[in-house]
Design a protein around this ligand. Structure first.
Ligand code: 6R9
Length: 645
């Protein structure tokens, strides 16, 4: 394990919001006096009716309830847009960089205000009211941000579905939250390729009918419009006024739902609310990225993931920042694209995922070194553990050894960053997310829930609530309680394994449940398995992760065929295609092994530990296989493993 330490550079310390002493002092207060601390920092957003209560939360297994600022009222879109008009109406709010390097657009706060108001009125015109759920299935175009903020303006609850999900996945998410309106585009554009978004919505709507589909024109591609249901956004926008008063929302009114994968069952609708979420997203954005007035900030995520919600749209815009939104992919038209965009728009703060860093590292340094990158001041990483090699390359080659890296650990459920360095306060260790943000109390427990002290390794839990925490699983509070508070009573269980070193630094080691992390995308192995067994030729399937150079983890599927079916390469292709159409391309198995039998206990439980070991190619440490119903299946699995270099 690399344990080199990178101290805070003097120039970074000089301009930073907090140094180490200030961090210690603020952290101490945040956990000793959360009401005082958050009561003060809660004022960073504009309230219509100021809150008088701050924290009201319970992790008691029998009564899990999370409320922050519960008697305050506010509007998120007014905070992200209107309140900046006076001071920075002409400052860019969004810099949009198209898939095609010749296409970009700058949207000022004044323009953003006009667009969001119009979009809000279009939603009203389609019959969307406060509390209604709106599904957003858009590419990375400015309208995605307008649509989110328009929902927030009228108090509608958005549920964004990533454009890489299939019609079936989209239908499931529309149905689960009973949304009657979908916002989409004719087609998306990524890496020069078209994504048939509207056609996917049409297919989804056959399973999950909706009343209204609002279509943004992006490529001008040929699509079908269904009369009475589908409208063009530009037609409707022409008809409405550009004034829509922001709705007065309670701090605990829902702001959005975002579906995410867990170890069992269908994806959960993670629900975030208004006040605490916004306070937390904006505060973490300012402190973690050491954001200062005038900075150009770029987070390369997609708004279909939580990172896009909190750190492309809500956090930066609440802070009046200039946020860059990128439609394309890191390698198009070439592997220098990220750094060319940094130079083109003078990006100061750059936030991306380890999978992108590893892919670009493999493409060669010359694509980086031919660019200037002198505007860069700070780099960030999110989504999965960053291996020390990728960290070092990011630091040395991309950041020219000048820019600190903030390795930020958090989850869809946490709403914002929980464990992270602060640039002016924290010495860095490659691969460690370092220390907790203000108000966050991490702890490490063993399998029985006993607290482990000092330098140790175990399961990561959080002892008490922070304002950005999810409030419930949409429509299923019991599932919320069972998923996060039942494993270790009285504690929030993250699902991650973690090590703490002698300096109290946290090192996330990856998921300890049946969730895999493929290119920073979370996937339940159960979801991929159920897609596979839905194929008529498949009788049984077991899916595990295995180490993958670029993706972090790859998807390894063991498949048992129905009696009489013959394994073949053709069938493998057919199965990959099948999973893509059931879930989406992000769930494509990387390796499929046909297995006449899976290792099971006598009670019929699949022993995943064994399957994981074989997929990792470490089958000489399989452990005890004597409890298997038929120990001979293991030999066949080893002989036919698919991972031999
Ligand atoms: C924000 C986001 C959450 C899971 C999380 C963990 C992994 C995220 C990480 C990290 C190590 C980091 N993860 N950031 N692991 N270091 N800096 O990614 O949310 O999609 O819900 O995934 O991602 O395993 O539990 P989400």
């Amino acid at each position: 394990m690399t344990e080199s330490v990178f101290p805070v550079p003097a120039e970074v310390a000089a301009r930073a919001h907090v140094d180490n002493a200030k961090y210690q002092e603020m952290y101490q207060r945040s956990v000793e006096d959360p009401d005082g601390f958050w009561g003060e920092h809660g004022k960073r957003v504009d309230w219509i009716k100021p809150f008088t209560k701050v924290k009201n939360t319970s992790y008691d297994y029998h009564n899990v309830s999370i409320k922050w600022f519960e008697d305050g009222t506010l509007n998120v879109s007014a905070n992200c847009v209107d309140r900046h008009l006076e001071k920075r109406g002409d400052q860019p709010a969004i810099i949009w960089e198209g898939d095609d390097p010749n296409e970009h657009k700058v949207i000022t706060y004044k323009e953003l205000h006009r667009e969001v108001n119009k979009f809000a009125n279009v939603l009203h015109g389609q019959g969307v009211k406060k509390g209604d759920r709106v599904t957003i299935y858009l590419p990375m175009i400015p309208e995605a941000a307008y649509a989110m903020l328009a929902c927030a303006r009228i108090g509608a609850v958005h549920s964004i579905v990533f454009g890489g999900f299939s019609p079936d996945s989209l239908a499931q998410r529309i149905e689960d939250c009973a949304s009657e309106c979908v916002i989409t585009a004719d087609e998306g554009l990524r890496g020069g390729r078209k994504v048939p978004l509207k056609a996917n919505v049409d297919k989804a709507a056959e399973k999950a009918p909706v009343k209204s589909v609002i279509v943004v024109k992006r490529t001008g591609g040929d699509i079908a419009m269904q009369a009475g249901r589908d409208v063009w956004y530009h037609d409707e926008a022409d008809r409405v006024s550009d004034h829509c008063a922001p709705a007065e929302m309670n701090a605990e009114d829902p702001l959005f739902i975002l579906y995410t994968s867990g170890s069992t069952g269908k994806p959960k609708g993670v629900m975030h609310t208004t006040g605490g979420y916004l306070v937390y997203a904006s505060m973490t954005h300012e402190y973690v990225f050491d954001y200062h007035e005038g900075d150009v900030y770029w987070c390369t995520a997609d708004v279909g993931w939580v990172t896009g919600h909190s750190y492309i749209v809500y956090g930066p815009l609440a802070n009046g920042a200039t946020t860059l939104m990128f439609e394309g992919v890191p390698t198009y038209p070439g592997p220098g694209r990220f750094w060319e965009v940094c130079d083109k728009h003078n990006v100061n703060i750059f936030y991306t995922a380890p999978t992108a860093i590893r892919a670009l590292m493999g493409a060669g340094d010359e694509h980086v070194t031919k660019t200037s990158r002198k505007s860069l001041r700070l780099l960030g990483s999110v989504g999965e553990p960053i291996n020390p090699e990728a960290w070092t390359w990011y630091y040395n080659v991309v950041g020219d050894k000048r820019c600190p890296i903030v390795d930020t650990w958090w989850q869809t459920e946490t709403g914002g960053i929980l464990i992270t360095p602060l640039p002016g306060a924290t010495d860095l260790k490659p691969g460690s997310a370092t220390r907790p943000f203000f108000g966050v109390q991490p702890a490490i427990v063993d399998a029985e829930g006993k607290f482990l002290e000092g330098a140790t390794e175990g399961n990561l839990v959080i002892k008490d609530s922070w304002p950005g925490q999810m409030r419930t699983v949409y429509g299923d509070h019991e599932r919320f309680v069972q998923t996060y508070f039942a494993t270790y009573k009285g504690l929030y269980f993250t699902g991650d394994g973690c090590r703490r070193d002698e300096d109290g630094y946290y090192w996330i080691t990856g998921r300890v449940d049946d969730v895999i992390n493929v290119s920073g995308h979370r996937m339940g192995t159960a979801e991929v398995e159920s897609a596979l067994v839905a194929h008529p030729k498949v009788s049984e399937a077991a899916v595990v992760g295995y180490p993958h150079d670029i993706k972090g983890q790859g998807i390894y599927a063991y498949v048992t065929l129905m009696e009489g079916e013959e394994p073949s390469d053709e069938l493998k292709k057919e199965l990959v295609k099948h999973v893509r159409s059931e879930i989406g391309p992000i769930a494509s198995p990387d390796l499929i092994q046909f297995a006449p039998g899976l290792p099971k206990t006598r009670s019929g439980k699949i022993m995943r530990r064994i399957l994981r070991k074989i997929a990792e190619d470490s089958f000489d440490s399989l452990g005890d296989t004597s409890t298997l119903a038929d120990p001979t299946v293991v030999d066949d699995l080893i002989d036919n493993r698919q991972n031999r270099g």
